[in-house]
Design a protein around this ligand. Structure first.
Ligand SMILES: Cc1ncc(COP(=O)(O)O)c(C=O)c1O
Length: 435
């Protein structure tokens, strides 16, 4: 989305129009943000990604700690204040008389939330179900697919534990066969990944479970190509897009996956406990819902939303998160996140003892990066960074991946990353001195 002043003001006023001005950015903040946008408006996304004044204004739209540096946005991301405020306001309104205000009034916005998500995803709203997270979205698919004993599912040892456990439970219950791929990341040649999947396909393969971006190390998998190979053999693909929807500027139909699950509280910065399931329209009928619907074989995407009572306030505020995301611009955000990863990596990559598990090229990586420092166990290093430097990362010890995972977000500025660079340099110098 290109910036122009009218567009910006209407975006802000559409946010304001949801409730009162008190629920949105303060006038001073809105004015600063507007000025910052005006400065970068004429620039291509590439040029604006290095404008720290602009990104500092984005940071001010969040309520993050100014002393404890959060570099674990891969786990879960904070929401901008505008999103937090709307959750609170809807919640207060709901509490006036929940069955009336929450179910009859607040819930009325659900159609628009679905439409906004569909627009972002580039698909029909009739393919979008709103739920609580990637786990729920993907487990709906994993437990809803019609598979029988002997059918093969291909997945990797580097997939997400909840999804691995769900597939193992299905294998235990129904006798389906799990075929595990095991990758040594980083992999710079995407053909190697595609080949590994192709070589695993057999006539019994019915499903590929594919993690679009490996959460442990940030390796982006060539989803489009793997999906095309699978489809040419009649195999369906379940895409775990927990780390790509909202981080990367793509449209779901371009990938052509059959099923996709994502968490909106990660890269979209929507409220905690928001997620999305995408099912290709023609696949809805045959996929059983996880929470029973009146007709399990109906082809209405809403059959996946029979969850019972949940907070409509949280669900509705997804709309503000989408607006905030569009205000920054999906392409600008993707490029900034890639820039931030490279910013700190460039400054430490030639130091002794440091090793990376993340590919560095723009078509294979984004914000997430995993590195180890010889002389420190992963979790110890994460603890040390937290205790001594007040820098929050996460220690990863999973299969063949060991290190600290560093994940900035749009509210991270380069000054923050300079803090990380200094800390890493000091840690390595101390280790070298000890010998
Ligand atoms: C690749 C991947 N899939 C699924 C999930 C599950 O996400 P949630 O906890 O929001 O359900 C995560 C969470 O980090 C993840 O990284």
């Amino acid at each position: 989305m290109e910036f122009n002043r009218r567009n910006f003001l209407s975006k802000l006023s559409s946010l304001a129009g949801t409730f009162t001005a008190g629920a949105i950015l303060t006038p001073a903040l809105a004015s600063n943000l507007e000025k910052a946008f005006e400065k970068i408006a004429h620039l291509p996304a590439e040029a604006s990604i290095t404008d720290e004044t602009f990104w500092y204004q984005i940071k001010m739209a969040y309520t993050v700690s100014a002393t404890h540096l959060n570099l674990n946005n891969g786990g879960v991301s904070p929401a901008p204040k505008v999103v937090q405020d709307v959750v609170e306001r809807y919640n207060q309104i709901s509490n006036e008389m929940p069955s009336h205000y929450m179910w009859r009034l607040v819930d009325n916005g659900k159609k628009i939330v679905r439409e906004k998500l569909a627009q972002l995803a580039g698909c029909s709203p009739e393919s979008i179900a709103i739920n609580r997270n990637s786990s729920e979205a993907l487990e709906t698919v994993i437990f809803g697919l019609r598979l029988k004993a002997g059918d093969e599912v291909i997945l990797t040892k580097q997939d997400y534990p909840n999804m691995i456990n769900a597939w193992k439970q299905r294998a235990h219950r129904d006798g389906i066969v799990l075929k595990w791929l095991d990758f040594q990341f980083p992999i710079d040649d995407k053909q190697e990944i595609i080949r590994t999947f192709k070589n695993a396909f057999t006539p019994k393969t019915k499903i590929v479970h594919l993690t679009h971006m490996i959460n442990w190390c940030g390796q982006l998998m060539p989803a489009k190509e793997i999906i095309a190979e699978a489809h040419s053999r009649g195999i369906e693909v379940v895409l775990d897009a927990a780390h790509t929807f909202g981080q990367f500027d793509f449209k779901i139909p371009d990938l052509d996956c059959d099923y996709l699950g994502t968490s909106l509280h990660k890269w979209l910065c929507a409220p905690f406990g928001t997620g999305m399931l995408y099912v290709k329209k023609e696949k809805i009928k045959n996929l059983y819902p996880l929470f029973a619907a009146p007709d399990p074989e109906e082809d209405d995407i809403r059959k996946f939303e029979h969850l019972g009572t949940r907070s409509s306030a949280i669900e509705q505020a997804i709309a503000q998160a989408v607006d905030f995301h569009l205000m920054i611009g999906a392409e600008r955000k993707q490029k900034r996140l890639y820039y931030l990863k490279n910013y700190w990596v460039e400054r430490v990559k030639d130091l002794p003892r440091i090793k990376f598990f993340t590919p560095m090229s723009e078509n294979l990586s984004g914000a997430i990066c995993l590195c180890s420092i010889e002389g420190f166990k992963a979790k110890e290093l994460a603890r040390h960074l937290d205790n001594k430097y007040r820098i929050h990362t996460v220690g990863i010890e999973w299969e063949n991946l060991h290190g600290i995972r560093v994940t900035p977000n749009v509210y991270t500025v380069t000054d923050d990353l300079d803090r990380l660079v200094l800390a890493i340099k000091e840690i390595i110098t101390e280790l070298e001195q000890k010998g």
